[in-house]
Every structure is written in C-alpha cells, then in structure tokens.
Design a protein around this ligand. Structure first.
Ligand code: BGC
Length: 670
C-alpha cells in the first residue's frame, strides 16, 4: 500500500490520534492501514527504555551508559562518534527502540547551563560535525535519530517559557548552524523542537524555524516532534510544521478536534503531518529488515571505555607528575568519587545501568605489588562531610604518600536537566579538601568528574596535575587508570573554553543571562565561547581546543593546493605532524580561518575543520584538510543569505585556538 493509500484509509479521528502520540514513548499504530507505531526512547548517551515484567512491574533495561556528549566532543574524533552510533543502534534494536532521542546540539552559551554535559560544544562546526557522525552511525545501522532541541535552548532556567531573543545573524551562524550541518550531512529521521520561545514564538509553533528554514531551506525530510509537553496552541503547532506531539495527552485530541470543527485547522493540515509520520514509520519498517545488529553487552562496555580513553583531558602536568613514575611507592587516593564515580549527569539523559567501574578498583589492580595505594573517602557523594574525623583521615593519608590523587567534581544533582548551576566552582567542601591536602603534600593531582567548565582559580596553583574526566559512563575507571599510569597517552582536548571565572564569561560581561521576566536577550551576539575570549583578548583558564599529552607534536610544511578560491571550489591544506616525544600519541589539529581586513564584523578565529592524527613515537605523517568556499561565508542580514566577502584570509593550524602553529594566506573571491 502506498503512503497515500494508507492515509486515505484513515478516519479524521485516527489522523488526530496519529499526531498526538499514543503514550509516553510511542506514536499510534494502525494495523489495518499498515501503519506501525514508532517507539522512541532517550538518548543521547545510551538507551533508557522501560518494560513491564511478568508481574506487571515497571522496569528498565540495564543498558550501557556511554561517556556524556561533552566527553564525546573532547575526543574530537568523528570516527569514534560514528562508531558510537553503531553500538547504540545494537542496544536500541535489542530493547525495541526505533528512534533514539539524540543527539543534543544546543550551543554552550554559558557554563551555567544545567544540560551542558548533554551538549557537544560552544562551537557550531564541531557540534554539527559530531552530530552528523552520531546520526549516520545510528541510521546506517537501522535506528533513527532525533536531533534536539530545535532551537536556542541554551539554559534550563525558565526553559518552558523564556524567549531567546537573538539577532538573525547570530541565530544562523551560532545557534542554527549545528542543526543545519547535521541535517545536510546526515538527514536525521526526526527533529525535536525545544521548550522555549525564539524571538517571541514558541519553538513548537514556530513556522519560520520548522517550515521555512528546516524544511524549505535545508530540505529536512523527516518528522518534527515536540519536546515532552512543549506544545501550547496545538492547532498552531500543526500549521507551523510540528507533526507529532509527545507524550500523548488527551486534552490535545479534544483541542485539535475543536480546531478542525471551527475551521482553525483543515484536514489537509492533518494530512501533511500524518504523511510525514507514515513516511517515518515506513523508513523504520524498511530499516528493520536491514538491521544487522548483534547485542553484545561486553563489546558495548569495551567501546564505552574506548571513548573514555580519548575523552579525558589532561589540563595541567607540572614537572611531568603524570604518568606516575617508577620511583613512586605510596599513592594516596582521596575522595569518594574514586570509589563511586559520578558517571552521568541528571535528568532524562540518565541511563539505567549496572556495573559502573570504580577508578579505585582499577588503580588497586594496576598497582599490583609495585605501588601501595591507600584510600580515604573525605566526603560522601553529594554531601560535604562524612564522619567528623573523615577529612582528618584523608589528610593523614595524604601526608604519608609520595603522590596524592584527589577526586572531586559535580553531581547529577548540580548538573541536571531543568535547573542551571548557580556557580562554576567546585563545592566549597571539595575546595577545602584540596587545600588541606596540598598543605601537607606538594605532589597533588586532581581528577574532576563534571559535565562543564569549572573555575579552578581557588586552588589550581597549589596542585601539579589536573585531569578532567567529564561524566564517563560505565567504563571510564579503567581508562582513567591507564592514563594515570601511562599505559595510554591522554588525547582529549576541550570542546569548550574554561574561563578564569564566571565573571569573565560573555553572558556575564554582556549581562545577558538568565534574562528577566519573559525573555533572555543574547546581547553578546556572535561573541560566544572562544569567539569572545579570543577576539576580545580575554584571558582564559584553558582555551578552546586545549589538552596536554605525554608526548609532543611538531607541525611543519604547510601547503595550500591553491592560493585562490572561488565560489563552488575547495582547497586542500596539507601539512606534516610529527610525534617528537617518546610515547605513541594522538594529536588533534584544528583549522581556523581569519579574515584579514574584514569590512563586516567577524570573530577573530572560526573553526572550519579538524583532524585527529595517531602517531607512534618519532613518527611523522602528511595530513590533509579541506576548506570550501562556503567556509568563508557569514550570514548577511541585508541579503538574507550566506555571503562571502572577497579578500585575503588567513588559514591557521593550531593545537588550540590560542596555540596556532602554522598559517598561510588565501585570496578568496566572492
Ligand atoms: C527533554 C528531552 C527528552 C524528553 C523525553 C524532555 O524533558 O528535554 O531531551 O528527550 O524529555 O524524556
């Protein structure tokens, strides 16, 4: 039966039911008309799916919690994120999920956003590239992806009502760009609208976003679903391009029936949405027959570890304190998170899982008879103190050790959907533990489990080493241990700037967060993340793209395939990267462009490509990166389109945005 024949067989009542969802997680199915129900589940760091057991009890499948999106982004590894899609697909197939609700590509506008751990980056290019890899990985393996939250949901504070007031250029270049890239490069089967309003209009009933931009400009072919409970005027949503309301809500059925009776919506409005839903159900049916997924818990957990290995960022390593050297005998491990790590942030992204690896267990195993490991909890998870003498024990333990490793971080209560953080510092009791430990031992390494930037100004000068672990999911204990002992070289780099303090962030400088009353005005415009710090020359704690290694890399011999580029053309940037140290490692090279004499305001550097190169000690490789004419474009409000200013541009290759190693000039014609 063709799509049209199926549609023709539906009554009006059935059509309204189709666009209003069946229950919490599925759309309505109609066997007689050959329309399958579509099952969706969260996403994005694993599959959170429920079932009812033989006693009628509601249970969750125990699936794999992969490192959070912020961690995945710090791998800067498209292939790894693509492969993550494949692993997620086999878990989805196992639990019966057709569409996974992820990835989330909202831009990290402020480090306070409670969901930053669920998002990739402050940079639209990086977020869009990784999202496309994730989506392709899932969909090539027969599971649909639902990219979210469209759009400009950059804070949790008042997310259900607030209007993100954004000028057109900023909207296009920063907040819509990751969606645009991902839609064009991977055509996800679904898009989820956000809760907030954009320039006064709720995302769910925003015709400009859903129909004019997403469908007409970007050629999105799938269905648009609401975030859970994000609809307001359901008839208006339908006319503005929202296809399915989720979850099912009985009142909406009545509302749409009324709207139809009153002529506020027509049956053809319903038909358009139903056709898209039927089209998606057909895609799923077709994909099911092709699915070649084998559920293998062990391989999923091992893969989660592989991501963790590449996501951990070495931020500080004075005197080469890491990796632990052979002359070290006594290691003190301080902090409950060593034993019970915070593996995930809070909210709908939380995967129900088992067997979360404890770094302490792996460190003890790895130490064997070579090192003595002593441990003191120092605090309870999420609580400032444990027993009164608990911190005292920790200090005594630290005082006797050659090296101290202190575990600190945020928790799923402080970094959580629905609320923003109120501070970007560690809780005071954790800072106190660090101070007291550094007072008795000068060889201190801090391991941070958190989902977003942390202000370390209060203690960073007192410690020698800092490893940022993010929320690492099930299997990051072993990965962390292997980095600490030097079995592998750290290769994570920050996909977000770590500011020196909250006061230094652009939203603080421009007084543009969290907004007052009905709206939050994005006064900082394009000056988001490194675009601000780098252009305004504001000192950062750690810049975008930064991460240390145990080895060193040298860049040389940069060559452009042409010194001119015109509309529709591409140039190849080639260069050498050499591992000049003594251990094997991986280097992420970032390509930024800068317009030399802009007549229109431009951020100083903009990321336009990157690659991660794996090099044995002493090895050198020739690497190529492409840059297209479109990469030089900005969004012209006057033309209402992307536009390239003709002129000279610098193409730069850097180890971070603040560590540019090579550059060449190219002439760009309009
Ligand atoms: C979240 C979405 C999530 C949905 C379903 C909403 O509250 O914003 O990201 O997919 O719930 O759990």
């Amino acid at each position: 039966m063709s799509k049209n024949e199926k549609l023709a067989k539906l009554t009006v009542e059935q059509k309204i039911k189709l666009v209003t969802g069946k229950d919490n997680w599925s759309t309505q199915g109609y066997e007689e008309q050959g329309i399958d129900s579509i099952k969706m589940n969260d996403g994005p760091h694993g599959v959170r799916a429920e079932y009812t057991d033989e006693n009628g009890q509601r249970k969750f499948y125990l699936t794999t919690a992969y490192p959070c999106a912020a961690a995945c982004a710090s791998t800067w590894n498209r292939e790894l994120v693509h492969e993550l899609g494949k692993h997620l697909a086999n878990e989805c197939a196992y639990v019966g999920t057709d569409i996974l609700l992820g990835p989330g590509v909202n831009i990290k506008r402020t480090p306070l956003c409670g969901r930053n751990f669920e998002y990739y980056s402050e940079d639209p290019y990086l977020a869009g590239e990784l999202a496309a890899s994730y989506i392709n990985g899932l969909q090539e393996n027969g599971i649909g992806s639902c990219i979210k939250h469209f759009a400009a949901n950059n804070q949790e504070y008042d997310r259900g009502h607030i209007s993100s007031e954004i000028d057109e250029r900023t909207l296009r270049e920063i907040y819509l760009k990751p969606f645009e890239k991902a839609i064009k490069q991977s055509q996800p089967w679904a898009v989820m609208c956000s809760y907030n309003r954009i320039n006064g209009i709720y995302a769910s009933q925003n015709k400009k976003l859903q129909n004019d931009i997403l469908r007409d400009e970007w050629n999105f072919e799938g269905m648009v679903i609401s975030d859970w409970g994000a609809t307001h005027d359901r008839g208006l949503c339908l006319k503005s391009g929202l296809d399915v309301e989720m979850p099912h809500c009985k009142e909406t059925f009545d509302e749409l029936s009324d709207d139809l009776r009153k002529g506020l919506i027509s049956e053809s409005d319903l038909d358009i949405a139903c056709e898209r839903i039927i089209g998606t159900a057909e895609k799923i049916a077709h994909a099911k027959s092709k699915r070649n997924c084998v559920y293998d818990k062990k391989s999923n957990r091992e893969f989660a570890e592989k991501i963790a290995e590449e996501s951990i960022v070495l931020l500080k390593n004075d005197d080469g304190i890491l990796p632990i050297k052979d002359n070290v005998k006594n290691i003190a491990v301080i902090g409950r998170f060593a034993e019970q790590p915070v593996a995930q942030g809070g909210g709908s992204a939380g995967v129900v899982t088992d067997e979360i690896e404890s770094p302490l267990t792996f460190m003890r195993q790895r130490a064997e008879s070579k090192y003595n490991i002593s441990y003191a909890a120092a605090y309870l998870n999420g609580h400032p103190v444990c027993a009164p003498d608990c911190v005292g024990n920790a200090i005594a333990t630290a005082a006797m050790a050659d090296i101290v490793i202190v575990f600190v971080g945020d928790t799923e209560k402080t970094e959580c959907e629905g609320i923003d953080r109120t501070s970007i510092k560690l809780h005071q009791y954790m800072e106190d533990v660090i101070h007291r430990v550094t007072a008795v031992n000068e060889n201190v390494i801090v391991v941070i489990q958190a989902g977003s930037a942390i202000d370390m100004s209060g203690w960073i000068n007192e410690v020698k080493g800092v490893l940022f672990q993010y929320y690492g999911g099930n299997s990051s204990g072993d990965a962390l241990t292997r980095i600490i002992f030097g079995d592998i070289c750290p290769s994570g780099k920050l996909a977000e700037t770590f500011p020196t303090s909250l006061e230094d962030t652009p939203t603080a400088k421009f007084d543009s967060y969290p907004g007052n009353g009905p709206s939050v005005v994005y006064n900082e415009g394009l000056m988001v993340g490194y675009r601000y710090y780098d252009t305004a020359k504001v000192k950062t704690l750690f810049p975008f793209g930064y991460g240390l290694s145990y080895t060193s890399f040298e860049y040389s011999d940069m060559h452009l395939s042409s010194s001119d580029i015109s509309n529709g053309e591409e140039i190849t940037v080639s260069f050498n990267v050499k591992n000049t140290g003594e251990c094997d490692g991986k280097e992420t090279v970032q390509l930024y462009i800068e317009e030399i004499a802009p007549c229109t305001f431009r951020p100083r550097n903009e990321l336009k490509n990157f690659t991660k190169v794996s090099l044995k000690a002493g090895e050198e490789k020739r690497v190529e990166l492409k840059v297209g004419h479109d990469d030089f474009a900005y969004y012209s409000v006057a033309l209402n389109d992307w536009h390239v200013n003709g002129g000279r541009y610098r193409i730069k290759l850097g180890a971070s945005v603040e560590d540019i190693r090579l550059s060449s000039v190219v002439n760009v014609s309009r």
